[in-house]
Design a protein around this ligand. Structure first.
Ligand SMILES: NC(=O)c1ccc[n+]([C@@H]2O[C@H](COP(=O)([O-])OP(=O)(O)OC[C@H]3O[C@@H](n4cnc5c(N)ncnc54)[C@H](O)[C@@H]3O)[C@@H](O)[C@H]2O)c1
Ligand SMILES: [Zn+2]
Length: 531
């Protein structure tokens, strides 16, 4: 019978390799050291990789190793000091494995480090003691996700024995990824894992009364999971984009007032992007703003809508024309909710994952290329949904942290969206947001190629990926190109009277272009099937 693997993390010099070898020997597991694997594969030492290829290359080699080791049993894995600080690696290796953090004081670490350790780029600059202490402080929060094992002053055998005792006869806890997001006035965690809703009160600080906003579809499956919170008010709105409007907001305000929700209360959104956008907007404006927690229940709202603080509703004139920035206290993405998500909605959310892959994470595209549609339910089968979602959130997080109010770089997140919003609106919201994004991405790639910025092969590749995810790749023919173009004009992404498009030179190279001729837009729309 196979044994769950044991992953050791902690600062360099905390004893991961020494303890790991003893533990492997004593527990019938095989020992691997992630730095050694990287050195073997690259033919370069860790220092040489840092110096010749840069830290980013080293980190991507670490990701590749984490991906390869994920899911393998019977190992003791000594992970490089920074490897488990990356939320994707932590998710890949944390799932179904035991993870421990070896802890030692800066003095104990210093005493263990060799001269060559001390010459590492990571420790260069200040006095080593000072540098070690400051790096430990920087990493304390990430390391604290994992159970600590004191290793500084004890022999390796004693540390290994303690770990062996802790794992004996027990199974690893399901892994919850905690991803911090910073914004101008603070920070909040995004939690991604299974079984989170039922124990929400242990995961987030909830003061005051709780009001829940959800929709009819979500309510029937998931509301009861929140009963330990004793919500004072539960507002169940009608599902779908056509209800994301000011009438529903007014209904939410009425219910909050009638239920006695005050300024100290917390509003909790349980649902997809539509519920999140409305509940967030209500929380931003009710009594000039109350606490807000987002519990996304669709792939789309997990990877996109619930991170970044944008909330709002549609007007008859167009999508998302009224809104506010509202940062949540926490985002809790319970992957179990995805079990009840219809196959078509699951796929729709993956369109935003494709977008994030195109913006800066080619590995996401590769994972989606490998995804297969399961025969029985038509639902896309992803090998590791938790890791995929975490990796997609990271793309969004990095962009919104750099530009919280969309004054510059954040605009790249609108890749495909000028097209998508107009297609949604032209279809009177019969085409859902995610499906419109799939078509919009192809339109953006077509336009990029037509204007000579990118290779047509990229559009073909993305078309194959989207087709493989059961997403549409053509504009429904009954929608007229001229009409779609006119709707783009009222999209708020217009700046100084000109339409802005996010175009792509290649994967990872988006840019804004506001001088696209209308004729080029029309021919792209027609090439993609518009009438
Ligand atoms: N604020 C942002 O930054 C941002 C970013 C991207 C998208 N959005 C917005 O998000 C919306 C799209 O989000 P969406 O795709 O999640 O749509 P949605 O909220 O309409 O959900 C899709 C459908 O799935 C149902 N559903 C949701 N969770 C379910 C579950 N777990 N089980 C069964 N059914 C479930 C819903 O009732 C709905 O019918 C759009 O309005 C878009 O503009 C906002
Ligand atoms: Zn979107």
């Amino acid at each position: 019978m196979s044994l769950p693997s044991i992953v050791l993390t902690g600062f360099m010099g905390s004893g991961k390799s020494t303890v790991g070898r003893v533990l492997a020997e004593g527990s019938g597991r095989q020992f691997v050291d992630t730095d050694d694997l990287i050195v073997q594969e690259s033919g370069l030492s860790v220092d040489e990789i840092f110096q010749q290829q840069g830290e980013a290359t080293f980190r991507s080699r670490e990701r590749a190793v984490a991906r390869r080791l994920a899911g393998l049993p019977d190992l003791v894995i000594a992970s490089g000091g920074g490897l488990m600080l990356d939320p994707v690696n932590a998710t890949l290796l944390g799932q179904n494995n035991f993870v421990f953090c070896l802890v030692a004081s800066p003095e104990e670490i210093l005493a263990r480090l060799t001269a060559s350790d001390l010459s590492r780029p990571l420790l260069s600059g200040l006095e080593p003691e000072v540098r070690i202490a400051s790096l430990l402080a920087e990493r304390a929060e990430s390391y604290s996700q994992f159970p600590p094992i004191s290793s500084g002053s004890r022999p390796a055998a004693a540390v290994a024995e303690e770990i062996a005792r802790l794992v004996a006869d027990s199974a690893p806890e399901p892994f919850i990824c905690r991803l911090p997001v910073s914004h101008p006035t603070g920070r909040y965690p995004v939690l991604v894992g299974n079984g989170l809703l039922e124990r929400l009160e242990t995961l987030v600080d909830l003061n005051g009364q709780v009001a829940v906003v959800t929709d009819q579809n979500v309510a029937q499956y998931h509301n009861r999971k929140l009963s330990p919170l004793n919500p004072q008010v539960v507002v169940t709105v009608k599902a779908g984009e056509t209800h994301k409007n000011l009438d529903t907001i007014r209904l939410i305000y009425d219910r909050l007032l009638a239920g006695g929700i005050d300024r100290q209360s917390t509003l909790l959104a349980l649902g997809g992007g539509v519920v999140g956008d409305m509940a967030g907007f209500a929380a931003a404006t009710y009594m000039r703003g109350i606490n807000y927690i987002s519990c996304p229940t669709t792939v789309l709202s997990m990877v996109d809508a619930s991170v970044g603080g944008k909330t709002g509703v549609d007007l008859p004139q167009g999508k998302n024309l009224v809104g506010a920035f509202k940062q949540p206290l926490a985002v809790v993405a319970d992957l179990d909710t995805l079990d009840t998500l219809p196959a078509e909605e699951f796929s729709a959310g993956l369109a935003e994952v494709v977008k994030h892959g195109l913006l800066s994470a080619p590995a996401l595209l590769e994972q989606l290329e490998e995804a297969a549609i399961s025969q029985n339910q038509g639902k896309v089968n992803i090998t590791n949904v938790q890791a995929l979602i975490v990796e997609a959130i990271l793309v969004k997080r990095d962009v919104v942290e750099a530009d919280p109010f969309e004054l510059g770089r954040r605009k790249v997140l609108n890749l495909g969206h000028t097209f998508a919003h107009a297609i949604e609106q032209a279809s009177v919201y019969q085409v859902s947001h995610g499906r419109a994004v799939a078509i919009g991405l192809l339109a953006a790639l077509h336009l990029s190629a037509a204007l000579g910025y990118s290779q047509p092969a990229l559009q073909e590749r993305v078309e194959d990926i989207l087709g493989g995810l059961a997403l549409p790749t053509r504009i429904p023919g009954k929608l007229e190109a001229e009409y779609i173009l006119r709707l783009m004009d009222s999209d708020k992404k217009k700046s100084a009277g000109r339409l802005q498009f996010v175009l792509l030179k290649d994967i990872g190279q988006p840019f804004i272009n506001d001088e696209v001729p209308e004729t080029a837009v029309l021919s792209t729309l027609r090439a993609l099937g518009a009438g």
